[in-house]
Design a protein around this ligand. Structure first.
Ligand code: HEM
Length: 527
């Protein structure tokens, strides 16, 4: 028995050595240089040691703006802005999708971030109008409500003189905003952080490089179909199942009671019932403004049994979304929108605390445009250019998504390099944002880079916090709106000051940049 185990392990090890050699040879044959993989672990050890963003930076430094390595597929890492423009915009039809790891689980595999080609176009076309400025104005009361609760809580903190861990606190606020706006449920996690919904929603993010599903996806991608059959998935199953069943209950309740809320769920459900996506772009979805009727008069009419319809060529045709698809979108909005926004708020607040003159300038702008006691609104926060500058500079230094990607759907040639169908193009957002060739003193926080006088100096496709092109972040406007509302409400009333425990953020980067340590600050209430 022992002998068999030794033979099996030796065989496996031999296979991994062979695989590493083959993978290294793949790009070498094509004249593209790149890092040599370590047998068994590929590039995972190096990535987990450096963090994904710094790993990508090291590639540019060692191998230039186009380098190649292999994980689930051949991956070409590109930090050449011209080439990125072609991949993300000009030749979008060749690169319409991201890679599908095949282990998303039964609901998330229907989310707009995972689905592909015609199916994606259809769902994205349904979603885009719900992020128009008109729709966001309609959601204003939900966000304003969360900001008011914030005021009550923070008054107490300021009065007590205690330190506040802004990282934890912003997680609660964004959880409240996202669940209220997208999930159709009020969590009140600011005062009830132990509710099962909040606890489960937080646990859904416990994803690491060394979980079984991740290891299968990256180190033995051929085994993915078997892992899927065994029920393996990238996000933890139990919290995801909890959220799915809660979502199902909310949808059923809405249908039964006829309750109508001014939230995104209502809008999406209305968009579902309209079944009119055929009227929209047949090529790539376009962002467009849609004021629409008052959502309060909308009715809920999701069709639970409708299955995606396809033509005989396998293309999805215009139809209402299914209940499962609606749930998938709510779920991805929670996953994609909660921590990204909370982390941006955290880093921005830290940077304002560490740079008091910038904080004062921003506060003056806010007080000048909005006033001191007026509740911020969508229209008011849109008129503070210095707020945009501070947010952009935070997103440059700490882009929540370190990297995005596109998958090549057919043979494609760039200059004298031809890449095959199935190749992944890695888009190293963090590395681009910290590249000294594109940004002077890249590690310095300087919101004036984005001022009216300076912004023309920014080279297109070197600042990509929300990606670019038709497959960019669908929640971008919502995220910026939320960040502006929270920061404006905060700076109107408080000064952020360092406490004895304030330390620069230590960043953890597994593809999503998060502050590892608590970020303590003090609040001083303004008279
Ligand atoms: C500061 C906050 C956020 C940042 C920095 C961010 C960043 C990104 C990035 C880089 C991508 C990939 C884009 C590409 O490949 O070109 C993305 C995709 C996406 N984001 Fe965001 N995001 C944020 C907030 C949100 C919010 C609030 C939502 C939803 C409410 C959201 C929903 C999505 C979805 C659904 C996708 C996939 C889109 C598709 O494949 O069509 N994100 N985001």
């Amino acid at each position: 028995m022992l002998l068999w185990i030794i033979v099996l392990l030796a065989g496996l090890f031999g296979y991994f050595i062979y695989q590493a050699k083959e993978q290294y040879a793949y790009w070498q044959k094509r004249g593209v240089s790149g890092p040599r993989p370590v047998p068994v672990f590929g590039h995972l050890l190096e990535m987990s040691k450096l963090g994904m963003g710094k790993f990508d930076m090291s590639l540019t430094k060692k191998f230039g703006r186009i380098s190649g390595y292999y994980d689930t597929a051949p991956l070409l890492m590109v930090s050449d802005p011209e080439m990125l423009k072609s991949v993300m915009v000009k030749d979008f039809s060749v690169f319409p999708n991201r890679r599908d790891f095949g282990l998303n689980g039964p609901i998330l595999e229907l989310s707009v971030s995972v689905i592909r080609d015609q199916h994606w176009k259809h769902v994205r076309n349904v979603l885009v109008p719900a992020f128009s400025s008109g729709k966001m104005r309609q959601m204003e009361p939900l966000i304003a409500d969360c900001c008011k609760t914030m005021g009550v809580y923070l008054d107490k903190v300021a009065q007590s003189g205690e330190d506040l861990d802004i990282k934890q606190y912003f997680k609660r606020i964004t959880m409240d905003v996202i669940s209220s706006s997208f999930f159709g449920t009020k969590t009140d996690s600011q005062s009830n952080p132990d509710s099962p919904f909040v606890q489960n929603a937080m646990k859904v993010f416990d994803v690491g490089f060394f979980t079984p599903a991740f290891l299968v996806a990256f180190l033995a991608p051929k085994l993915t179909p078997y892992a899927k059959k065994l029920g393996m998935q990238l996000n933890p199953k139990a919290p995801l199942d909890y959220l799915v069943s809660t979502m199902r209950e909310i949808l059923n309740l809405r249908k039964k009671s006829g309750e109508v809320r001014r939230d995104f769920l209502q809008m999406m459900v209305k968009a579902m019932s309209e079944n009119d996506s055929s009227k929209r772009s047949a090529v790539a979805p376009k962002e467009y403004e849609e004021e629409g009727p008052d959502v309060l008069s909308d009715t809920l009419s999701v069709e639970p049994s409708t299955q995606p319809q396809t033509t005989h060529q396998g293309h999805h045709v215009s139809r209402a979304l299914t209940t499962e698809e609606v749930m998938a979108q709510s779920m991805i909005f929670l996953l994609a929108g909660f921590e990204t926004t909370a982390n941006t708020l955290t880093f921005l607040s830290y940077l304002l605390t560490a740079n008091p003159e910038i904080q004062e300038k921003l506060r003056k702008e806010i007080q000048h445009r909005i006033g001191r006691d007026v509740q911020p609104t969508y229209d008011l926060v849109a008129q503070i250019p210095y707020l945009d500058q501070c947010i952009n500079e935070t997103l440059r230094l700490y882009p929540p998504a370190t990297r995005t990607e596109r998958e090549c759907s057919q043979e494609w040639t760039w200059k004298n390099l031809t890449i095959e169908k199935g190749t992944t193009i890695g888009i190293p957002i963090y590395a681009l944002h910290h590249d000294p060739e594109f940004w002077q003193d890249p590690e310095t926080f300087d919101p004036d880079r984005f001022s009216e006088e300076n912004k023309h100096k920014i080279i297109p496709f070197t600042f990509l916090p929300f990606g670019q092109g038709p497959r960019n972040c669908v929640g971008m406007r919502f995220a910026i709106y939320e960040i502006k509302m929270v920061i404006a409400s905060l700076l109107q009333r408080y000064r952020l000051i360092p406490s004895s425990r304030t330390t620069p953020p230590i960043v953890q980067d597994l593809g999503l940049i998060t502050p590892k340590n608590p970020l303590w600050i003090k609040l001083e209430k303004l008279d």
